[in-house]
Design a protein around this ligand. Sequence first.
Ligand code: SF4
Length: 336
Amino acid sequence: MLESLAPARLERLLSCPLRVAFEQAGEFGGRKSSSAALVGRAVHRTIELVLSRKEGVSEEVGSAWEEACDELAAEGEDPRALPTARRARLRLEARLPELRDFVAQRLPAELLLEETLTSVASGLTGTPDLLIVGSSVVVVDYKTGVVAEEEVLEPGYRRQVALYAWLAAERFGTPVDGALFSLRQGIIPVDTSTDEVNDVARTALEARAAFNARVPGPQPAAPSEAACGRCPHVCKCDEAWAALIAGEVARLGWGEAVRGALDSDVLIAGSGMAALVIGDAAGTQRGRVSIIDVPGALVTGCVVGDEVALAGLGIRSSDPIALRWITEASQFARLV
Ligand code: SF4
């Protein structure tokens, strides 16, 4: 059963209830956190550090960025060497004054950073990046990418901020304004009118009620290139493979996706990378398919006859068909 519901899970629930069922079953998927996510953490932490200080923005971004990256490095993941890190830092330096001005216009106010808001009665919950609590209350969420195309907000981001505003209105007993702060597009206001936030909260509660009404039965799948391409459970999802094989979806996200039985022993090179051969693959490539550069640790123990599935693969050659593992994009599962 789903009890509490936060915006990120709401989006997954609206896009594919089966994906949430995988999560509920304790399946955590086969993909590590991406470099984009790591740079995003550095960006969020840098903004948090800058807003918690009183000094000017231009001097502060550099040292705050270094401090944020040092913290992540101490946890084992330093984003500074990633190709997108420098660009993110430059965008931060260019855009942060806009956020500081936005905040300054609402002072005096208390700034609550990553404050969790929970509606005990409904079970809805969320943690906006920034809550400005002064003569008015404003929720702000940070995004590293584009949030609107031709002035139309990405629906998931619109729902996210509206849900935060609904929760903040319950906490503070006042209507709440909302905005996104995008490193690409700056401050973008979000409609947080009473009708809008009530509508989003109702959507969330109805989606959760429908999910819970089906428990312990199966949840419906909604395979699509977009949804399955972001899903960490795609290799194990029979519904997604059935849709691909039936031609109902052309791909399972970016790259090639193949499934079938191994017809020769797994070869693991001295580098630790493995090569697999599927004798009669189904998916975006068919027939005899070899896959190279697979991390050996993933396939240790696989034997001839095992059914395996891989997604997010690049093409090495088309005749004979050879695919290759792409770090951060590819996924693997041994199906039992
Ligand atoms: S792979 Fe696609 S259909 Fe399967 S759970 Fe994930 S999003 Fe849903």
